[in-house]
Design a protein around this ligand. Structure first.
Ligand code: 5GP
Ligand code: MN
Length: 337
């Protein structure tokens, strides 16, 4: 996975003993937190001073992960995070392809003299680092961190804690080995992680069975009242207003996974979740088969991601966004098969 040059660079980072910062994207998910923490704990085994910076709040279903004490949240401790970015010798950017996904941190990253390395699996990474490891065919960055550690000859340093974080990264980004995991290597990696002693059932429970009653009711409400199925276009979408989120006492991470639920409907190939935020609408897009939601998000919603999972945003109202989405889907109907 690593080029000779990248391997040498990481050896140098390990040898030089300067502070390391690992940064991942806004609205963190299991892969961004899991792979960042696994990598941080690995580097700590080499006695490095490592911090993980996340632009905004981490959902509760992820804050139990081993090593979580290494996380600093930029929106809560701006000054400290800005100093760490300025003083870092190396900054690893993990699980995103565009510095715009860092929110306000982007400016400080640009100002920093640190050596910057991107480790990512999204399509078409923007060139904003000194070196890039981009493997868009991988289901998760978790796998890439596992392979990086192995390439460095340090597989024996993967302990139960690191393995737990890597496993969370892999299961959350592949929907438990459903998406982006059609190659055997991912199962041998998962097998190795199980051999490291992880408690896979407990992990599953902590990630998927720890939501609030309100979240379950919000899901029920969305499915009964806010789901639109465009049978003709094999498409289904859900749209939720701020008011509705408030009514169900919405907490960060509560709508995680909603976008996948309409795939249970026979014939549905494309799904979308539109959530009204204070100054924009956040879109999550998913597809089954060849229709690229990455391209669709990039072309119409200033976003991107993977062929079958992407996100973006819209600056018009929620109602107008649903209308525009329907028009765009109609325009692309012949690609949705
Ligand atoms: P989600 O819908 O879960 O927020 O994101 C799906 C995938 O698309 C994730 O891999 C995420 O990193 C990526 N993604 C989400 N929103 C954006 C965006 O606004 N821009 C880009 N480039 N990628 C996004
Ligand atoms: Mn990812």
């Amino acid at each position: 996975m690593l080029s000779v040059h990248q391997k040498r660079r990481i050896s140098q980072v390990i040898g030089e003993n300067r502070p390391v910062v690992i940064i991942s994207h806004i609205n963190p998910d299991g892969d961004s937190i899991g792979s960042s923490l696994a990598f941080a704990m690995y580097l700590k085994k080499h006695e490095l001073d490592v911090t993980v910076i996340i632009p905004n709040e981490v959902p509760e279903f992820l804050n139990w992960l081993p090593g979580y004490e290494l996380v600093k949240i930029y929106s809560k401790s701006k000054g400290a995070c800005i100093d760490m970015v300025a003083n870092a010798g190396t900054i690893f950017l993990v699980d995103f392809n565009d510095p715009d996904r860092l929110g306000g941190l982007k400016d400080y990253l640009e100002k920093s003299d640190a050596f910057k390395m991107l480790i990512d699996h999204h399509q078409r990474p923007v060139e904003f680092t000194d070196t890039t490891i981009s493997e868009p065919w991988r289901g998760s960055v978790g796998e890439m961190i596992y392979l990086l550690i192995k390439d460095m000859g340090d597989q024996q340093l993967i302990d139960k804690n690191i393995a737990t974080c890597l496993y969370v990264a892999i299961i959350t980004d592949t929907g438990n080995f459903r998406y982006g995991s059609s190659y055997s290597e991912i199962f041998s990696i998962a097998g190795d992680l199980v051999e490291k002693g992880i408690d896979k059932d407990m992990i599953f429970s902590l990630v998927y069975d720890s939501y609030s009653v309100e979240r379950m009711k919000l899901l029920g409400y969305c499915m009964s009242e806010k789901l639109v199925v465009l049978q003709k276009y094999h498409t289904a979408y859900i749209y939720i207003s701020k008011e509705e989120l408030n009514k169900y006492n919405h907490q960060v991470g509560d709508t995680e996974g909603f976008v996948n639920v309409p795939f249970s409907i026979k014939g549905v190939k494309v799904t979308a979740l539109m959530i009204e935020k204070s100054d924009h609408v956040k879109l999550s897009l998913r597809s089954k088969g060849p229709f690229s939601v990455d391209r669709f998000a990039a072309e119409y919603f200033s976003g991107g991601g993977h062929i079958n999972a992407a996100g973006g945003q819209s600056d018009i109202s929620l109602q107008e966004t649903t209308k525009r989405f329907e028009e765009l889907i109609a325009r692309h109907a012949d690609e949705i098969v």
